[in-house]
Design a protein around this ligand. Structure first.
Ligand code: DGT
Ligand code: CA
Ligand code: CA
Ligand code: ZN
Length: 599
């Protein structure tokens, strides 16, 4: 884990790099980041809330645009101001950003705020407004200042703070420290794909792969480990050095190199000859613990295994592929997602390695939102996109009314939506659209929608959004009650965690698994890259209890429906097969499972 100081430096680093970042070709994400940062800085300065909100909206609009801003600008037929929510002023700023790579307004704002304060604003539970109060009232400028102010309880004495806020800030600091260290898998995937696409066209590159925790599908990734099969390491390293996003070269040797990208991500590269590619892939995929077991097994057989190959008395036996090395150790090839030295060796020894679920096994997605609550795509758009992905059914599960911030539906609006779904199905859209709801489990227990209405639904998925700070007993009891309700089919994101941002709420999962198995209810593996909830360990435990998992996207817009692959990755790490996942079945088969004791 990074120290506070390192984290602080990495954030300063990101500010220092901002001008560089601004020199990069402007993606929509980057433009959105600039607007978000302007909003933060304005809020910190106590600017008019409408102004702040205008920039936050701008960030959201740009982030949600299906087309690249740069291509809209390049198209003489199109104007930025034709986009909903983009007026003249914003269009000017975007044009300046794209053309010059900088924005004088942002530079001015940045010049007025101490660098170290930027880091404070990003602490979960703090935000620009509170950071401003701490700065003005207590002179808090750095993370160390903040820690000291919390420890001496000066923070809780401030107006609008209190003991609970002080606790939240302390917890947020700890989370932020780790968060700075490890990125979400989805982010690693975007970066790795770009890097591989950059290296691949080089004719000296014969094979290439991204190894490490990324290849194992870990929910967070520390750094990227690239591997290239080539006899020309210099050319490969030169090519990596020419990657547009490189901020610094950390080190370079004859066959290995480490760089840091803008934004701070480290990338390690190894160039190996063809006869060692499999051995290096195995070694650098890890995990370290998996490698340790392999080395032990090699030793037992009088062999030695390392990143160059497998040897007997310094005689090279194999190394071209992973399979060859596993075979020398009397093992079948083991999928990277299982290489955590958990159960894979016992499974392999017994000939019982699970046939891991694949994306193509999924037939339907049973958790998604539309414009009716807080989604960005309409019912028809969601259905069309799901059909295009090859799904044979989906459930529309907008929020229920308790989730008022998300414009949740009461029973009247639900029934109206369900009749629209009936009408859509009557048009034979080529996909079955199920009438569903993501029904809130209320703080006091019980469900947000009456049973008569729920009984009309095809699919009811329940979740906890409020009262997450309650005791373990209270939260567990609320979930068990929902599971026992005959109208309910599944529990969504059962622990409520947000990776790097929010800890899971207190819940007795053992009791939840048992109840789900007893009442024939499913537990969700939510595919949102920030949720992945249940996680791999929990999914494996649920399976042990005979619970079937349902893998959903929780998509809030049509293009997010493709995010199922993140959930599939986590399911594979849990060792789940097609059989273990309920929505690999047809809807008819699946419906028969609901309410039936799983075993
Ligand atoms: P990360 O980057 O923290 O998310 O995790 P990894 O697993 O990608 O770890 P990393 O990047 O330090 O190293 C990549 C792989 O290289 C690791 O999974 C196993 C292998 N490896 C690295 N150092 C050692 C070591 O000291 N011993 C062994 N046996 N393997 C190592
Ligand atoms: Ca790594
Ligand atoms: Ca590494
Ligand atoms: Zn949802």
């Amino acid at each position: 884990m990074a120290t506070v100081k390192q984290w602080h430096e990495s954030l300063n680093f990101s500010k220092m790099r901002l001008s560089h970042l601004l020199g990069q070709p402007m993606t929509n994400v980057r433009i959105a980041e600039v607007f978000d940062q302007i909003a933060d800085l304005l809020e910190f300065e106590g600017a008019n809330p409408f102004r702040v909100r205008a920039y936050r909206n701008a960030a959201r609009i740009v982030r949600d645009l299906p087309d690249a801003i740069t291509s809209i600008l390049a198209d003489p037929q199109r104007k930025l101001t034709d986009i909903d929510g983009i007026g003249d002023d914003l269009a000017d700023k975007i044009t300046t950003l794209a053309a010059t790579g900088s924005l004088p307004f942002l530079e001015e704002l940045l010049a007025r705020v101490p660098e170290s304060v930027l880091a404070l604003m990003r602490i979960p539970g703090l935000g620009p407004k509170k950071a401003a109060v701490l700065y003005k009232e207590l002179g808090v400028k750095t993370l160390a200042d903040l820690k000291a102010a919390c420890d001496s309880h000066k923070v809780q004495e401030l107006k609008g703070f209190g003991a609970k806020t002080e606790q939240t800030i302390l917890a947020g600091m700890t989370l932020a420290e780790t968060a700075a260290d490890r990125m979400l898998w989805a982010k690693a995937d975007a970066i790795a794909s770009n890097l591989l696409a950059h290296l691949k066209p080089l004719k000296e590159v014969k094979q290439l792969a991204a190894a490490g925790s990324y290849r194992r599908g870990s929910e967070t990734v520390g750094d990227l480990d690239l591997l290239v099969d080539s006899t020309e390491p210099e050319k490969v390293m030169d090519r990596l050095a020419a990657y547009p996003d490189v901020a610094a070269t950390i080190g370079r040797g004859d066959t290995k190199m480490s760089i840091r990208l803008e934004g701070g991500v480290q990338v390690d590269l190894r160039v190996v000859p063809e006869e060692s590619f499999g051995a290096a892939l195995l070694y650098f995929t890890g995990s370290k613990n998996h490698n340790i077991v392999l080395r032990g097994m090699a030793k037992d057989r009088g062999l030695k295994v390392n990143e160059y190959g497998i040897f007997r008395d310094d005689k090279f036996l194999a190394g071209r592929t992973e399979e060859e090395i596993y075979r020398m150790l009397d093992l079948p090839w083991i999928a990277p997602e299982l290489r955590e030295a958990r159960q894979e060796f016992a499974w392999a020894a017994a000939g019982e390695l699970p046939e891991l679920i694949e994306l193509a096994d999924i037939r339907g997605d049973l958790h998604m939102h539309t414009t009716e609550s807080d989604g960005r795509s309409t019912l028809a758009e969601m259905a069309a996109a799901a059909k295009a992905l090859g799904h044979s059914y989906i459930a529309i599960t907008d929020h229920s009314k308790r989730t008022s911030m998300a414009n949740g539906l009461d029973s009247r609006r639900l029934l109206k939506q369900w009749s629209e779904i009936d009408a859509l199905n009557a048009e034979k859209p080529g996909i079955l659209v199920l009438k569903g709801v993501e029904c809130d489990i209320l703080e006091k227990g019980g469900l947000d929608i009456d049973d008569d209405t729920l009984a009309e639904a095809d699919w009811v998925i329940c979740s906890i959004h409020y009262g997450q700070n309650q005791s373990r007993q209270q939260i567990t009891e609320r979930i068990l009650q929902a599971i026992e309700n005959p109208n309910v089919a599944a529990i969504a994101h059962p622990t409520g965690r947000l990776i790097n941002r929010r800890k899971p709420y207190e819940v007795d999962l053992e009791a939840v698994y048992k109840a789900a198995a007893k009442h024939g209810k499913f537990l969700e593996l939510n595919s949102n890259p920030e949720r992945l909830d249940l996680d791999d360990i929990h999914c494996a435990a649920a399976k042990q209890h005979g619970v079937k998992i349902v893998i959903n996207t929780d998509a809030h817009r049509a293009d997010a429906l493709a995010g199922l692959r993140y959930g599939i990755m986590q399911a594979r790490r849990a060792g789940l097969t097609k059989e273990d996942v309920a929505n690999t079945r047809t809807w008819v088969q699946m419906r028969k499972l609901i309410g039936k004791t799983h075993s």
